[in-house]
Structures are given as structure tokens and as C-alpha cells.
Design a protein around this ligand. Sequence first.
Ligand code: CU
Length: 193
Amino acid sequence: MNRSWIVVAAAVVAVAAGAGVRAGAADMSGAKATAERVALARSGAPGAIGKGARVMDMDAEGKLIELAPGTNGFTCVPDDPSTPKADPMCSDPAAWEFVTSMLSGAPKPTNTVPGFSYMAKGGQHWEKDGKILMGKEEGAKLVDEPPHWMLFWPFSAQATGLPSLPSGGDVYVMFDGTPYAHLMVYQDPAKLK
Ligand SMILES: [Cu+2]
């Protein structure tokens, strides 16, 4: 996941509004736009989990709003607006704490147990000078990520011997050396048993 989810909160609204317009203003009711946003968000998790997940998005002020209630403790969001591709993510309660800590600009995440998230459609991140950035910067390049899941706990590349970039393998520490370091595992959530 990407810190600039909040930095470009305003863009999310533009994206949401744009989606409605693209689909045709005539037949695109607000309810239908919301339903599409909910379906996109829930596609971030394996089917059964996505189905029961709550869906959150951002309103015009960049505040989190609930688009659909859930029953299983998971929370899905439809997109990281800082990257061009739609990249839905579904998080368990501890991971959602990590995410909301990040969104609120907290110095470090508040989850007290490891959390995990699915990104069953993959995602994208920005890289520059051999480092993964927490948001887009001048001269950064966009890197695609395959379907994966994440473990939100303070992993360190040095302590684990894992790489801090995906080029080193299918498991790596993202945002290494920051309080928001976490483990990325390139394994398709749709294929997890
Ligand atoms: Cu990540």
C-alpha cells in the first residue's frame, strides 16, 4: 500500500466522479456508481472474504466513509489514487489500523498485533534510486506488483536478510527503514487455500 493514498485524497473524489461520468451520466445513478466502487474494493480479497467485507472510500474532504457494511471484520478500499491502475486492498482489523495510522499521518502504526491485507488484483508503487517511495516524486518510475498479500509488522531487511525491493525475490520488505515497513508476499490471494 502507499502513503499517498491520503496525499492525493482529493484525487480519489475526482476518480470516483470520473468513473460515473465515463460509464455514462444518463444511466449512471449514484447507487450504481457506489455498487461498482464496492465491487471493485471487494475484488481485492479472495471471494468469500471479499463478500463479507466492509467497504470504505473517501469523501470530497478526504474523510473515510463507509460505502457498504461488512460482517467478517475485513475492510476493503477500491483504489490507491496515486497510481494509474485500480488496486483494491482488503485488510483485517490490525492491518486496517496500520492503514488508518498511515492515512492520518501518525508517526508510526498503532496495530499491536500483526495485520494482513490482500491485494488480489496486484498494485503499483513508485521507485527512485533503488528505493520504494511512499508516494509519487519527480523522476520516480512506476513499478507493477502482481497479486500479493502483506503482513503489517515492523520487518527489517537487515534483520531478516530479505531484500527491500521486489527485484530480489517474491518476498520483500516494503518501506524498509521506516515505521511503516511491512512484508510483501507475491502469492496470488485467489490461490490461497
Ligand atoms: Cu505494500
